[in-house]
Write a protein that binds this ligand. Structure first.
Ligand code: NDP
Length: 314
């Protein structure tokens, strides 16, 4: 009987997988969702005890030390070491405990800094990452290297998913340390509560690909069951679905029913104009997958945040 173990099961992506599994788990499948309370994956003994206890046949490895730009710049050593330790323990436990399939998560932000667009799976190691997050980026890149090494040397069926920007319920809504969409939702919430303007940093013109967490969750179930190659696969909305930060901010304003003033503070840096990723490989397998539209997804994320303001990570 297949038995699925999800590390980092309490986070943004883990809770979306839990929701999708609740709706559509196949009969006979067992699912276990871990948080750091079940053990510290940086510690080999904790990791071994977890594998001994649950004896998984399939592992989805989400647990990671993640953070915003500032944290990444200040703690390169911790971002490198903690991710390397977790990934090494999980991979080695999967080998030792004869796990049939391991799916780990990379990120499009670990691709070379100087590159051409759209980026695709073949370009992951073609140049150094941006210096601001090199600790995190190199730790994540090594997962891809080791997936191939484990396949060659031990015949393991390990692979990785490269998602673009994800958002949804149970995100980290920290304004300082979170990602764009949860940060905007939190700021707009405060602006509405305090009857103050909603200020967005930058001009709002940069374009990004955003994916609702349950889309990634559904496609993760497909990867774990049916995608069998050590080579990574980008999971993202189409290139045409790229939206501007302004579009996103306006969707947040609408979903929050915010009636006040909206200001784009152009004294703040915009960041890169585009970072387009190609989902052509995904589309060869899943040509018909319909992604949740941005307005619908943002409405769900906003409603969740408003309903769970007290307990939300922020
Ligand atoms: P979250 O920050 O929401 O969740 C992180 C999870 O990891 C939590 O369940 C946390 O447990 C667990 N965790 C952290 N440290 C440890 C540890 N030492 N031992 C055991 N568990 C630990 O992450 P996301 O859901 O956003 O991200 C999931 C994956 O996707 C990550 O690998 C990330 O790098 C990748 N990713 C995310 C993107 C995004 O936009 N969010 C974009 C691209 C990639 P607890 O709740 O107990 O702290």
């Amino acid at each position: 009987m297949p038995s699925f173990l999800v590390t980092g099961g309490s986070g943004l992506v883990g809770s979306a997988i839990r929701e999708v599994v609740r709706r559509e788990a196949a009969e006979g499948e067992e699912w276990v969702f871990l948080s750091s309370k079940d053990g510290d994956l940086k510690v080999r003994a904790d990791c071994d005890a977890i594998f001994e206890k649950y004896k998984p046949t399939h592992v989805i490895h989400l647990a990671a030390k993640v953070g915003g730009l500032f944290a990444n710049m200040q703690q390169k050593v911790e971002f490198y070491r903690e991710n390397i330790m977790m990934n090494d323990n999980v991979m080695e436990c999967c080998r030792v405990h004869k796990v049939e399939k391991l799916v780990s998560y990379l990120s499009t932000c670990i691709f070379p800094d100087k590159t051409t667009y759209p980026i695709d799976e073949t370009m992951l190691h073609s140049g150094p990452p941006h210096p601001s997050n090199e600790g995190y980026a190199y730790a994540k890149r090594m997962v891809d290297t080791m997936n191939r090494a484990y396949a060659e040397e031990y015949g393991c069926n390990f692979t990785s998913i490269i998602p673009t920007n994800i958002y949804g319920p149970r995100d980290n809504f920290s304004i300082q340390n979170g990602h764009v969409i949860p940060g905007l939702i939190h700021k707009c919430f405060i602006a509405k509560r305090d009857n103050a303007p909603f200020t967005i940093w930058g001009s709002g013109t940069p374009l990004r690909q955003f994916m609702y967490s349950e889309d990634l969750a559904e496609l993760t179930l497909w990867v774990v069951r049916e995608y069998h190659s050590p080579d990574p696969i980008i999971i993202s909305v189409d290139e045409e679905a790229e939206v501007s930060i302004k579009d996103v901010a306006m969707a947040v304003v609408k979903a929050m029913d915010f009636q006040g003033e909206v200001i784009f503070d152009t004294s703040k840096a915009d960041g890169q104009f585009k970072k387009t990723a190609s989902n052509a490989k995904l589309r060869t397998f899943k040509p018909d997958h319909k992604f949740v539209g941005m307005e619908e997804g943002i409405k769900k994320a906003v409603d969740w945040f408003v309903a769970n303001y007290e307990s939300a990570r922020k």
